[in-house]
Design a protein around this ligand. Structure first.
Ligand SMILES: NC(=O)c1ccc[n+]([C@@H]2O[C@H](COP(=O)([O-])OP(=O)(O)OC[C@H]3O[C@@H](n4cnc5c(N)ncnc54)[C@H](O)[C@@H]3O)[C@@H](O)[C@H]2O)c1
Length: 261
């Protein structure tokens, strides 16, 4: 049996995201940029949203050069008004908002919990947890009429803790809770809500970890390498497509076996 080669219009197979509007926060770099590229490759019109406006422009240009459709936008996920503006613009595009990938995130400073300054804890929470909340509270109602999919980028830190990064781990655990709750609340309105928990991924964020930290993590990864951002993006594209129509509320670990027991 051969696979269909023509783009499909039923949301599965090649071209499965054809014409769907997708919003990617943190789209200027790393996992977000890879997701923006992959979703565009599969036919979505992608709003590449990031605090880093220059980076968002660059990613949108790369997508256009590859034959895709993308719009760069500045967003600050810690600012509810900024998020509302960008989501409303995405929702106003032809077909309305159908896919959202909430990938914007920061690591925060490395410190054991008793030496973590309250301001540093708050700063990580504001981006990694409140930022996802601000995005979801605009994305969910925008999708509620025509249906849609939200994929939040969490982390294995939500499952295992993350030495020296208590705020990061707490925020990511919170992202899992927001995901499950919204999945329950919006399933009846045709919105699926999922999370992805990557292990170490080869991105600028991972490169900024203190010396030795990445090697320490990798020593416990059975596949003995970090993930490529494109590998995470492939999972996200699957979750965003109708191939994953029966998935909601679930977290999808992509960690080279790190959490395997
Ligand atoms: N790289 C990893 O090993 C890894 C592992 C697990 C989870 N994650 C998660 O994946 C997501 C993406 O991480 P990455 O590795 O691609 O990092 P990255 O640093 O390459 O990209 C993060 C992007 O988020 C943007 N951003 C930061 N604050 C923002 C704000 N307030 N508003 C809008 N955009 C903002 C940055 O400008 C940047 O473009 C994050 O949520 C991160 O926690 C990463």
């Amino acid at each position: 049996m051969s696979l269909p080669t023509q783009p499909s219009d039923n949301g599965t197979g090649p071209g499965r995201l054809s014409g769907r509007v997708a919003l990617v926060t943190g789209g200027a770099s790393g996992i977000g940029a890879a997701c923006a590229g992959r979703l565009a490759e599969e036919g979505a019109v992608v709003v590449v949203a990031d605090l880093d406006e220059i980076g968002a422009n660059r990613v949108a240009e790369e997508i256009a050069t590859a034959g895709g459709d993308a719009l760069p936008r500045r967003i600050d996920v810690t600012d509810p008004d900024s998020v509302a503006r960008v989501v409303s613009e995405a929702a106003g595009l032809d077909g309305g908002l159908r896919i959202a990938v909430n990938s914007a995130g920061i690591n925060g400073p490395l410190a054991p919990l008793d030496r973590l300054a309250p301001d540093d804890f708050d700063a990580v929470m504001r981006v990694n947890l409140h930022g996802v909340f601000h995005a979801m509270r605009c994305e969910l109602p925008a999708m509620a009429d025509s249906g849609g999919v939200i994929v939040n980028i969490a982390s294995i830190a939500a499952h295992s803790g993350f030495t020296g990064h208590a705020a990061y781990a707490a925020a990511k655990q919170g992202v899992l809770a927001l995901t499950r709750t919204a999945a329950r609340e919006y399933a009846g309105q045709g919105v699926r809500v999922l999370s992805v928990s990557p292990g170490l991924v080869d991105t600028p964020m991972a490169a900024a970890l203190p010396p030795g930290a990445a090697d320490g993590l990798l020593a416990s990864v059975p596949l003995r390498r970090p993930a490529r951002a494109a590998e995470v993006a492939a999972l996200v594209a699957f979750l965003a497509s109708d191939d994953a129509a029966y998935l909601t509320g679930s977290d999808h670990v992509i960690d080279g076996g790190y959490l395997a027991k």
